[in-house]
Design a protein around this ligand. Structure first.
Ligand SMILES: [Cu+2]
Length: 458
């Protein structure tokens, strides 16, 4: 990081690299700085961060700061392509129907994204968002954490330093030679988008990775830890719980949602985490003896995939940070503030495309025009599991099927779990910038198969 003109400047190179993920094999990843996950960036609320991305991969990319309140030109819109430094074979950025379409800016080699960071402390992440190819490009490794800190969060007594652990959960499959297995129609990712028949509901892996390592063991002291859980999987949903080796449950005490701290902690036996959601927990290992183990399980999966990672207590701790009883003041959006109610229906159409309100994504069209500074009620419906992500806006869940929100809905959200045949009402606040943004399903195979829509903040 470099500090220049009052901004924190970061530079990252997207490149291919060989890494060892499965013991004894080599996997070629496409990573930010050649790592998977990419480097963790830390930004300060109120201080502009500038991220310069250099693309040395053979394909175009677009980098989205997920949860970021960013000007539209730095949002990582799917057709705002960063083409490879070397142009790539026949310049994939110039593929039919993409270059320059609907104002998509195509830049060669490197570009700088500007993040003003006028937002509160939260666990954000950055990832690829290239039109039609987001699923395979994130699968190959283009994702990392981006943490925002502020004074309000800093004043809350939460575990910090090496007791503050980001955990990126994602599943992958591998070929026998260690390479990633993904059912692309075009494995060069240069021309034909899409996945083989049978994978259109979403691609699941059979190896559980945490921060790029399969089923890791995390050594902890007998103390409280802050765990920042991100589901970076393409399509896998998790219901997480903690189990001790004598099969007792250990509560996950949730302290933050996608976009920052809750008003107060809530102890949960288990929690469902849909793709792109973040949940932060404080877990208390202090009563466990050295040698004790705690497994994070996924009760939505069986067999090996039913386990995520294991904590091993190594020693007693001299210090102890109790879990606070209150966290931050949380503004509650009110239905009577609503300027407009809109409806977004997530459904597969007769042609087998994943659509929003019956229309496949078209970059030149807009589905809604919220006014800057207003709050809208968005009614989300679906025929399937769809993690609905809205760029720029901050969301609060108002109701599910007419009933009050569930514990997992607490706090500010940017991604909401919409389940089959459910009606989820959210209140969405549009702050920050005018311009073109999007909402989409964050099941990456649905997203790549057109389940995206533009809205224009006016
Ligand atoms: Cu979906």
């Amino acid at each position: 990081m470099r500090i220049a003109n009052g901004a924190d400047e970061y530079r990252v190179v997207q490149r291919a690299a060989e890494v060892e993920i499965l013991p004894g094999t080599r996997t070629t990843v496409w990573g930010y700085d050649g790592t998977f996950p990419g480097p963790t960036f830390t930004a300060r609320a109120g201080r502009t961060a500038k991220l310069t991305v250099v693309n040395t991969l053979p394909v175009p990319t677009s980098t989205h700061l997920h949860g970021g309140v960013t000007p539209p030109g730095s949002d990582g819109y799917p057709t705002d392509l960063l083409r490879p430094v070397h142009g790539g074979p026949k310049g994939p950025g110039a593929m039919p129907g993409m270059a320059g379409e609907a104002g998509g800016m195509s830049v060669l080699g490197e570009r700088t994204y500007t993040y003003p960071m006028n937002q509160q402390a939260a666990t954000l992440w950055y990832h690829d968002h290239r039109m039609d190819f987001t699923g395979p490009q994130i699968w190959r490794g283009l994702a990392g954490f981006f943490l925002v800190q502020d004074d309000i969060e800093g004043a809350v007594q939460l575990p910090r330093g090496d007791r503050d652990i980001p955990l990126m959960l994602c599943d992958r499959s591998f070929e026998a030679d260690g390479s990633f297995r993904y059912p692309s129609l075009d494995s060069t990712l240069s021309r034909t988008p899409g996945v083989e028949p049978g994978y259109t509901d979403g691609v699941l892996g059979d190896v559980q990775l945490v921060n790029g390592a399969p089923w890791p063991i995390v050594e902890v002291t007998a103390a409280t830890y802050r765990l920042r859980v991100l589901n970076a999987s393409n399509a896998r949903r998790y219901r997480l719980a903690l189990r001790t080796s004598d099969d007792r449950g250990l509560p996950l005490v949730q302290v933050a949602s996608d976009l920052g701290l809750l008003a107060r902690p809530q102890a949960l036996e288990s929690i469902t985490v849909t793709p792109a959601e973040r949940f932060e927990f404080v877990v208390d290992f202090s009563h466990l003896a050295p040698g004790a183990e705690v497994t994070m399980v996924n009760t939505l999966a069986s067999g090996a995939m039913g386990q995520v990672l294991r904590f091993r207590v190594t020693r007693r701790a001299k210090d102890f940070v109790p879990i606070p009883t209150r966290l931050v003041q949380l503004e509650r959006l009110q239905p009577n503030e609503v300027a407009t109610t809109r409806r977004f229906d997530f459904r597969m159409n007769a042609d087998g495309m994943w659509t929003i309100n019956g229309r496949p994504f078209t970059p030149s069209e807009s589905w809604a025009t919220p006014k800057l500074g207003t709050v809208e009620r968005w009614r989300l419906t679906s025929d399937f599991h769809h993690p609905v992500h809205v760029h720029l806006a901050r969301l609060q869940v108002l109701s599910r099927d007419g009933r009050p929100p569930q514990p997992a809905d607490a706090g500010w959200k940017d991604t909401v779990d919409v389940r089959p045949w459910e009606v989820v009402e959210v209140l969405a606040r549009f702050d920050g910038y005018r311009g073109r943004y999007m909402l989409h399903c964050h099941n990456l195979e649905h997203e790549d198969m057109a389940m995206m829509a533009n809205f224009q903040v006016i």
